[in-house]
Write a new protein. Structure first.
Lengths: 524, 306
């Protein structure tokens, strides 16, 4: 169904000199942007470049400090998301604003006019979802759905408002390659109807594939507007990052030693209804090797990390082996004492206590495993502040952690710098085994490259490294072996250089290509 | 009337205030607010209902006074926790202590007075059905109200748009706010409904259960109502089952004591509480149902940003 009143020539949205200040910090500085009718427009930029701030202003979540927004030739002030929806702007957030305990239909109904009955909403939603190739069961509880399905709810919810412009914030970061293909088909359908799409991403390959124009942001400023198809990935990356990012070198990690970390038929039942159970997982990581586990979020990665690290010990002692000793029933400190190091997923609240300074965060993680270095006074276990301060300094220097002051609270560091510190905290011990979950999720390219190089270097020095990641670029940069986790099952490992992205995609989407998404692979 | 009927009647009378107070708290918690002040609101309702009945001579005005008093008293909690974002657990406990104290003070002049019992209303035809008729259709208005309210709340929560918004606020207040639902107003109203129900439960105690005023006459029923909400996994009809089960156990222990069984009376009086704990353990077994129904934002303060 084409949109009414779409006049082809005039721009749909023009943003002039838009600025947003947080205190004295300019998150968006003098932004100019124009979106035409029926185009897919990319907004490129690294984390922290100001993409989210810009779209929040367009969707009425944040109020701009200066500048103007012209919508269909009219100067507008967008005061709230409701006002944005009324104008014809729909948004699909990166972190979904869905209600887990409610059904699909109830979730959709919440964003609609109150006078439409729930049954009618369900009917309309299922009609739209079929028309755009986004199958959904209106009666399903959101808690039981995959991330891809949740995204479909968000998209259908936005489509029900019949928008002229749909903003998608990093939509493929949570999808398998096949799911992403289906999303692109949907976007092309929207474009054919004369609707416009603002597509936020930092994935150059995607942007080149589906977008007609691109606006590139860096440090809150527009650094380029171009036709992405006329550019090379390298030239786009330069606009995004400003300089060439140091490439991670994984060469020379071929010498393999003994098995240092092993899971033998590891099965763990789900702790909560929303968790995934692990089914008969077998893996081996040898000294000098980086095994990367790929997979879409929520397929058992967190549960696997918990079992390997001992955050939740398992019943079968032999199911987890560190340096060829059974440790399944041992806790995380016992495993650390045997020479293993662990970096969990969330920086704030899991890997670090945001309100505490870096030195205290260091003591919390290592007071048991490195008691000799950090504690004194015999049974009194008094913290040796000088040793802790020295170690904090050593780690910060080794990982190039940029911070204000000697020992600031963890929460005051940027995501990338805190992540560098947390990874460095474990590397500082020279662990024989390192397990790290999503090592560079949501950090900038510079920090990511630093962390990845450190992981590769650790393996080169003779440690066994297990990396759990959703980011395929990262996996191909660091891994010597790759396995894929899907619904709590782990595939066999493949040597990294023998595995294609398509093959990984098939493994991600379930077992060996028997999924709904397989048709899309052959489509391009 | 036989002994069985007498027992069943007393079970209904014992269960009604539990169902009412728990129903109010269920709605409050579905909106994401944990109000531990049920006991305090209940006893305030009891003293106001009794006083108003004594002064006006009409137990119906007494019921109204109980409801209004519970609702008004609950708004103190709402103001502290929703507007001033005070800790909900601490504020709820304070509300209970305050309610017990203030009701004792208000009720001092009414101690030992002969109360006016709320008269049952026989429903024509239905009340003539043998056994069931006198039990279910020759009851006072508060019993009828309790059943109607349970049905109404079930409809409201799961069929109406406003109820959907209320559940959304309880599940994720940030998302609900982003969709334009007024989180704070929804919670104020939910807390007020909880207070009104607790007040009505209190009125039942001082007008039906034991028509007089005694200090602390809620006697821990507010706490049992709180447990019943968890027991019901936040579903209204299950709450009725729980309330009547609890009422039955507490009445049967009284009768068991009267019959002089050779069991220590202390053990018998602890039976209802033991039963509550056992059922709570059994019910928490089905974790999926519990989690789907548990309001995820329960007890978490909400401060809108912008």
């Amino acid at each position: 169904m084409p949109v009414e009143g779409a006049t082809a020539n005039s721009p749909l949205l023009t943003v002039s000199n838009l600025t947003k200040l947080f205190g004295s910090f300019a998150a968006c500085n003098d932004i100019n942007l124009q979106i035409d009718q029926g185009e897919i427009h990319a907004l490129l930029g690294e984390n922290g470049a100001g993409k989210s701030t810009l779209v929040k202003m367009l969707f009425g979540v944040l109020a701009p400090t200066a500048g103007e927004i012209v919508w269909q030739g009219r100067n507008v002030r967008i005061a709230s998301p409701a006002a944005a929806r009324k104008l014809g702007i729909g948004m699909v957030f990166q972190h979904f604003s869905l209600f887990e305990a409610l059904t699909v239909a109830e979730n959709i109904a919440l964003s609609m006019d109150s006078n439409i009955s729930l049954a009618k909403v369900a009917e309309e939603a299922s009609r739209l979802s079929h028309a755009y190739g986004l199958p959904l069961d209106p009666k399903a509880h959101v808690a039981d759905l995959s991330v891809g399905e949740r995204q479909r709810i968000e998209i259908v919810r936005a489509l029900l408002q019949n928008p002229r412009l749909i903003i998608l914030d990093e939509p493929t970061s949570v999808l398998t390659p096949q799911e992403a293909d289906r999303l692109f088909e949907t976007l092309n359908k929207l474009k054919a109807e004369g609707r416009s799409v603002l597509y936020i991403s930092h994935r150059l390959e995607e942007v080149q594939r589906i977008c007609d124009r691109a606006t590139v942001l860096r440090h809150g400023k527009v650094t380029g507007a171009c036709d992405p198809r006329a550019e090379t990935p390298a030239s786009l990356a330069r606009m995004m990052v400003g300089s060439d990012v140091a490439a991670v070198t994984a060469e020379g990690t071929s010498t393999k030693g003994d098995v240092q970390l092993e899971a033998r038929h590891l099965s763990v039942s789900a702790r909560t209804p929303f968790a995934v159970s692990l089914k008969n997982i077998c893996l081996k990581v040898r000294a000098g090797e980086v095994l990367a586990i790929a997979g879409v979020a929520g397929n058992g990665q967190g549960e696997l990390f918990d079992a390997l690290s001992g955050e939740y010990p398992v019943a079968d002692d032999a199911a987890v082996q560190i340096r060829q000793k059974p440790v399944g029933t041992r806790n995380i400190n016992a495993r650390r004492l045997m020479g293993a190091g662990f970096v969990p997923e969330e920086r704030h609240g899991h890997a670090a206590v945001s309100a505490m300074p870096l030195s205290d965060n260091l003591v919390l993680a290592r007071s048991r495993s490195d008691a000799k270095a950090f504690l004194g006074g015999g049974f009194l276990n008094i913290i040796r502040r000088d040793a802790v301060a020295a170690a904090t300094k050593r780690i910060s220097e080794a990982m190039d952690v940029r911070k204000s002051g000697e020992d600031p609270p963890a929460g005051s560091l940027s995501g990338g710098n805190l992540q560098k510190f947390i990874v460095g905290r474990e590397l500082d011990r020279q662990p024989a085994v390192l397990v790290v979950n999503q090592p560079t999720w949501g950090v900038d390219a510079g920090a990511a490259s630093r962390i990845r190089q450190a992981l590769v270097d650790l393996a080169k020095a003779g440690s066994a490294v297990l990396v759990i990641s959703q980011d395929l670029d990262e996996i191909f940069e660091v891994a010597t072996e790759i396995a894929v986790i899907s619904e709590g099952r782990l595939s066999d490992p493949y040597p990294a250089r023998e595995l294609s992205r398509e093959k990984i995609g098939l493994l991600m989407g379930g077992m060996y290509g028997k999924t709904e998404g397989t048709g899309a692979v052959h489509a391009h | 009337m036989g002994i069985v009927e007498a027992i069943l009647l007393s079970v209904i009378t014992a269960a009604t205030p539990l169902v009412l107070a728990a129903l109010g708290e269920l709605v409050t918690e579905r909106s994401g607010v944990l109000n531990l002040g049920v006991e305090g609101m209940m006893v305030m309702g009891a003293v106001c209902a009794f006083a108003a009945t004594q002064i006006t001579g009409s137990p119906y005005l007494g019921i109204l006074a109980g409801i209004v008093c519970g609702a008004v008293f609950s708004q103190l909690f709402a103001f502290l926790t929703l507007t001033l974002v005070a800790n909900q657990v601490a504020t709820g406990l304070a509300l209970t202590l305050l309610g017990l104290g203030v009701s004792g003070m208000l009720g001092e002049g009414f101690l030992g007075m002969q109360g006016i019992k709320l008269q049952p209303i026989a429903i024509p035809l239905l009340s003539d059905i043998p056994v069931i008729g006198p039990l279910l259709f020759r009851q006072d208005i508060i019993f009828y109200l309790s059943i109607a309210l349970v049905a109404g709340v079930h409809w409201f929560l799961f069929k109406s748009r406003a109820g959907l918004k209320l559940r959304a606020v309880g599940d994720s207040h940030a998302s609900a706010h982003a969709l334009g639902v007024n989180v704070i107003r929804t919670r104020y109203l939910a807390v007020m409904f909880g207070g009104a129900c607790a007040g009505l439960a209190g009125a039942q105690l001082s007008l039906v259960y034991t028509p007089q005023w005694v200090e602390n006459m809620s006697a821990g029923r507010g706490w049992i109502a709180l447990a019943l909400v968890v027991f019901s996994s936040w579903r209204p009809w299950r709450l009725v089952a729980g309330g009547y089960l609890f009422g039955a156990v507490s009445i049967s222990q009284l009768h068991a004591q009267a019959f002089g069984l050779g069991i220590p009376s202390q053990l018998l009086s602890s039976l209802p509480y033991l039963a509550t704990i056992i059922v709570l353990i059994l019910i928490s077994h089905n974790r999926r149902t519990t989690l789907i129904n548990t309001p995820a934002s329960l007890g978490k303060p909400f401060v809108p940003d912008r």
